[in-house]
Design a protein around this ligand. Structure first.
Ligand SMILES: *Cc1c(COP(=O)(O)O)cnc(C)c1O
Length: 372
């Protein structure tokens, strides 16, 4: 097929930037705040903290950096264990390993594809009995839908284990009226190029705890003591977001509601046009940010047929995330359950969901899925 027959490539979740972000970026450049400090960084942090409804936000170079610092704040050290959903992106588990700790993977619930709170409670109970509690629990808000925080926090509180919310995919989502990122000890956001808003690469740690925010700020800037010469009492990191990128973020976060509405419209369109398909369930407890629309096919071969039909028409689509307990790098880790997310991987497909998708693009996706 020629390029005109297939049309321009449709990406899964490309950046959506406008003249607003361009102007803010150039204003920052022209002001000479070309450094990982500056007024845009402060303003971006303030906007996001306000949006998430927390007191503090620390802008960082990636969501992975935010996970790393959140785990340090939770006290995770060499030899510890941390409960991690198996159904997530590898960054969640990698950050645990950076600290010399071991992830213990927990399966999803089919109700929301997020970590199963009953399995987390069961794992905590069993470990409490053995005197072997994990140092922390990470919950992930998959594909822009919050995990079920009431039972998760109840289980964590019962055993005094801190919860970290990996909301990298979920900025703008809510759970019982509260914003994604605001649950547990600290929340993690990502502004990678494929996320709901982007700075081209970046992340944020959000928290109500001023000590955690202060520590994250300190560690993200090489743990420099506030004296004239370079003085260090801890090993730090170079994890701060650049002021230039924060300027892009300021524009993106102003447009967040529009971008959520556009992604939701895409979800609604696919659901209306493809009534025979099973869509990722929307739990009754909140409103997702509709980051990615994902569907479940009959079996692995129908998944592969759908992917081939889409990719054959120059449309980017992917299988659902491959669970961590099936990844070669984590093959020695302990897992509780695993059958649910293994099945999601076998049958799940993520469809193009970018907020700048046109009606024509959506139509092309639907036609390709029907063909598959
Ligand atoms: C994207 C993502 C991350 C990592 O964020 P980066 O900014 O790319 O480092 C972490 N967890 C989840 C669930 C993600 O989707």
């Amino acid at each position: 097929m020629t390029d005109t027959e297939t049309g321009a490539r449709i990406f899964l979740s490309p950046p959506d930037v406008t003249d607003l972000e361009r102007k803010l970026l150039l204003d920052a450049f022209d002001s000479n705040w070309v450094a990982p400090v500056g007024p845009d960084l402060d303003a971006f942090e303030e906007q996001v903290a306000h949006r998430v409804g927390v007191r503090h936000a620390v802008a960082l170079s990636s969501g992975t950096a935010a996970l790393h610092l959140a785990l340090i704040a939770a006290g995770v050290r060499r030899g510890d264990t941390v409960l991690v959903p198996s159904f997530t992106f590898a960054a969640t588990a990698n950050a645990v390993v950076y600290l010399g700790a071991r992830p213990v993977f927990v399966d999803s619930t089919p109700d929301s594809w997020n970590v199963d709170p009953a399995l987390v409670a069961e794992e905590l109970r069993a470990r409490a009995e053995r005197g072997n509690l994990p140092r922390a629990v990470i919950a992930v808000d998959m594909y822009g839908q919050c995990a079920d925080y009431d039972p998760l926090l109840e289980a964590c509180d019962r055993y005094g284990v801190p919860l970290i919310e990996d909301a990298a995919e979920a900025l703008g989502a809510t759970y019982r009226g509260r914003a994604a990122g605001s649950f547990g000890l600290a929340g993690v956001l990502s502004f990678n190029g494929n996320k709901i808003i982007t700075t081209g690469g970046g992340g944020m740690l959000v928290t109500d705890d001023s000590r955690i925010a202060k520590q994250a700020r300190h560690l993200s800037t090489q743990a420099r003591e506030p004296v004239a010469h370079y003085e260090h009492r801890a090993v730090g990191y170079n994890y701060r977001l650049s002021n230039l990128l924060a300027a892009v973020g300021r524009g993106q976060v102003q447009r967040l509601d529009q971008m959520i509405a556009a992604r939701k419209a895409t979800f609604a369109y696919y659901r209306d046009q493809l009534p025979g398909l099973t869509f990722m369930p929307v739990a009754g407890y909140g409103e997702p940010n509709w980051w990615l629309t994902c569907v479940l096919t009959e079996d692995e071969s129908s998944r592969d047929r759908m992917l081939a039909a889409l990719n054959g028409r120059n449309i980017e689509a992917r299988p659902a995330w491959k669970p961590m307990h099936l990844q070669p790098v984590f093959q020695d880790c302990v897992t509780r359950g695993g059958g649910v997310c293994a099945d999601l991987f076998r049958r799940g497909v993520c469809l193009p969901s970018g907020s700048a998708l046109t009606d024509h693009d959506r139509r092309r996706v639907v036609d390709a899925v029907r063909e598959g």
